[in-house]
Design a protein around this ligand. Structure first.
Ligand SMILES: [Zn+2]
Ligand SMILES: [Zn+2]
Length: 423
């Protein structure tokens, strides 16, 4: 709570701080946001292929009079809104891509789109709710552009492609946007993002300060032994036995070395490949798995120890092994001070009782790469119909979002922007 104190002291000196737009300012936007969201839902596009989505976004931003840049990280769109007074630069981000999932919902705007994904024909569906994110941010751009006179600073609207990861062999997502300079010119001071959630009731906002979602690492371990007849193991070096010892050893890094009372950590081996038949001890084995961490120090410890353990265990049994990591997302790390400063904004629009702190999660989100470079706050927005108790998970054919939750997303981003820039 102590972080909030200086925030209130400012109210007396900067009269504009804390200005809350009246319901009137939002009156016309809800039906538009719903219409846009339905359009995107019916016309989903896969990662790095968001051509029509991007064109619609860019046309909207141009019509509002924003400075618009297209083709950022393939299909990304960046819009700049200059307030009437100079000040800080805030970035708001929405992701635009859909997934190779065939929709099973019976909706008038159900997706019947198909595409080729990794050589296979598949249905395409907004099964993660990025259609809602895109529509919400278009709504925010419209509301804020009509209230430029109340804005001190610049708002950068980032419509991002390929959050669900780019197709193999392609770059994409937030990392490519950053590489292409999305956080510069003008330099972003803070960034905000949200994710609608099928299982959170409409009207609720959830958040977690610090590590909110995990850094995702994919690892591959190559174990080398010496092939021999299965009846004479003493003539060879068994890579399958070494693999078993390595898996066992890796789990002790989590259970014995990681301070789990601070944050969670997960190491999972998801695939083992080795051998051809019952009576041959093979030459090699391959293990593939994932590491999930929520704290930067724990992450570097775990990665260092996984490397040591893999190499030394293999050596102890006469073989060799190497491990390689590829980073899929960073830690979605919500800056503590920024969260404390912006919580009142979320409470203003949702009501105190509807803004709730939740536990960290071991899934990943590529918004995290922005947060490695500028303070950021990523929160969750309710999308489950009032009265429902069960929802289909994201990324499934029955995934469903209740549209009545979208307006709160518009209000949350708008209020955050007004308060951040004006305090
Ligand atoms: Zn997703
Ligand atoms: Zn998503």
């Amino acid at each position: 709570m102590k972080h909030i104190l200086p925030f209130f002291i400012l109210i007396g000196t900067i009269s504009i701080y804390g200005q809350t737009l009246t319901e009137e300012a939002y009156k016309d936007i809800e039906p538009k946001v719903i219409e846009w969201r339905r359009h995107f839902h019916e016309n989903p596009e896969l990662s790095n292929r968001e051509f029509k989505t991007a064109a619609k976004v860019a046309a909207h931003l141009r019509a509002l009079g924003l400075d618009v840049q297209t083709g950022v990280a393939h299909t990304g769109v960046v819009g700049l809104l200059h307030g009437d007074m100079p000040g800080k630069v805030i970035a708001l981000r929405a992701d635009m891509d859909a997934l190779p999932v065939s929709e099973r919902n019976d909706l008038p705007f159900k997706s019947t789109v198909t595409a080729t994904f990794l050589g296979t024909e598949t249905g395409v569906m907004h099964a993660c709710g990025h259609d809602a994110h895109t529509a919400i941010l278009m709504g925010v751009a419209e509301v804020l552009s009509k209230n430029k006179d109340k804005i001190k600073g610049t708002v950068k609207f980032i419509f991002q492609p390929a959050e669900e990861t780019a197709p193999p062999g392609e770059e994409g997502g937030s990392r490519l946007m950053i590489k292409e300079g999305v956080l510069d010119n003008p330099k972003v001071d803070a960034i905000f993002g949200l994710h609608i959630r099928s299982g959170v009731p409409v009207g609720e906002i959830h958040y977690k300060p610090g590590g909110a979602m995990a850094a995702v690492e994919r690892f591959v371990i190559e174990v080398n032994g010496k092939q021999t007849h299965g009846s004479e193991p003493w003539n060879g070096i068994d890579p399958i036995l070494i693999s078993a010892k390595i898996i066992d050893g890796l789990q002790t890094i989590v259970s014995r070395e990681s301070e789990l009372i601070n944050e969670a950590a997960v190491i999972s081996v998801g695939k083992i490949t080795s051998g051809v038949r019952f009576n041959i001890i093979p030459e090699s084995a391959e293990l593939i798995g994932t590491v999930r961490t929520l704290d930067p120090k724990m992450k570097s410890h775990i990665i260092r120890r996984m490397t040591e353990m893999t190499e030394t265990i293999a050596k102890a049994y006469g073989g060799t092994a190497s491990i390689s990591f590829s980073n899929e997302t960073a830690i979605t790390y919500n800056d503590h001070q920024l969260v404390a400063a912006m919580l009142p904004s979320l409470k203003k629009v949702a009501g105190d009782a509807h803004v709730q702190q939740i536990k960290a999660e071991t899934i990943g989100e590529d918004f995290s790469y922005f947060q490695e470079l500028v303070p950021g706050f990523y929160f969750y927005l309710g999308g489950m119909a009032k009265g429902s108790t069960q929802a289909f998970p994201h990324h499934t054919p029955d995934f469903y979002i209740d549209e009545s939750g979208l307006l709160l997303g518009v209000k949350a981003f708008t209020q955050i922007t007004m308060d951040y820039l004006n305090h």
